[in-house]
Design a protein around this ligand. Structure first.
Ligand code: ATP
Ligand code: MG
Length: 144
């Protein structure tokens, strides 16, 4: 299959409804990072963050959406990911961001882990709506 070179400001939307969608989102994120010439550690960081957030959507909201946005410029690689759902929401964000806090008997490592992996992390939530916006920024690799 041909490799798609991502367009500037290109955006792709992945509906999240089952576990194959998590893999799809994860793959799409890695693919974009690779196409923008980020190293394999950064590709893995981004893919891991996307899979944690989309897994939460599936687990706590049942379904949602993941948008992966290439907002890079000539100087900077800038990948933004927005993950939204219309589930119950997170009543106490501060608590949810704590290492080890889980309402499902999980490790409670997802959200704080994602925050550590990313350069930007914004979480807003209210009953009926949760939105995570994360971003990875890197200086553009020079091409010769
Ligand atoms: N999209 C969401 N909607 C509602 N609640 C959420 C959502 N995402 C996270 N939460 C809440 O925040 C808590 C912490 O999430 P986090 O991903 O850090 O840990 P976890 O999912 O419980 O465990 P782990 O991700 O380590 O398997 C969850 O237990 C859940 O209560
Ligand atoms: Mg989780």
């Amino acid at each position: 299959m041909d490799t798609l070179i991502p367009q500037e400001n290109a955006e792709s939307t992945i509906p999240i409804r089952d576990s194959t969608d998590i893999l799809k989102a994860r793959h799409r994120a890695r693919e974009l990072a690779a196409a923008l010439r980020l190293g394999s550690a950064d590709q893995t960081r981004l893919a891991t963050a996307v899979s944690e957030l989309t897994r939460n959507v599936l687990q706590y909201a049942g379904e949602g959406e993941c948008r992966i946005i290439n907002a890079s410029s000539d100087h900077e690689v800038y990948i933004q990911v927005v993950v939204e759902d219309h589930g119950p929401g997170i009543p106490d964000i501060e608590l949810a961001m704590r290492d080890g806090y889980s309402t499902s008997g999980g490790l409670g490592a997802g959200l704080p882990g994602v925050q550590r992996l990313m350069d930007e992390f914004h979480l807003t939530s209210r009953p009926g709506y949760t939105c995570l916006m994360i971003a990875m920024k890197r200086p553009r690799a020079l091409s010769f």
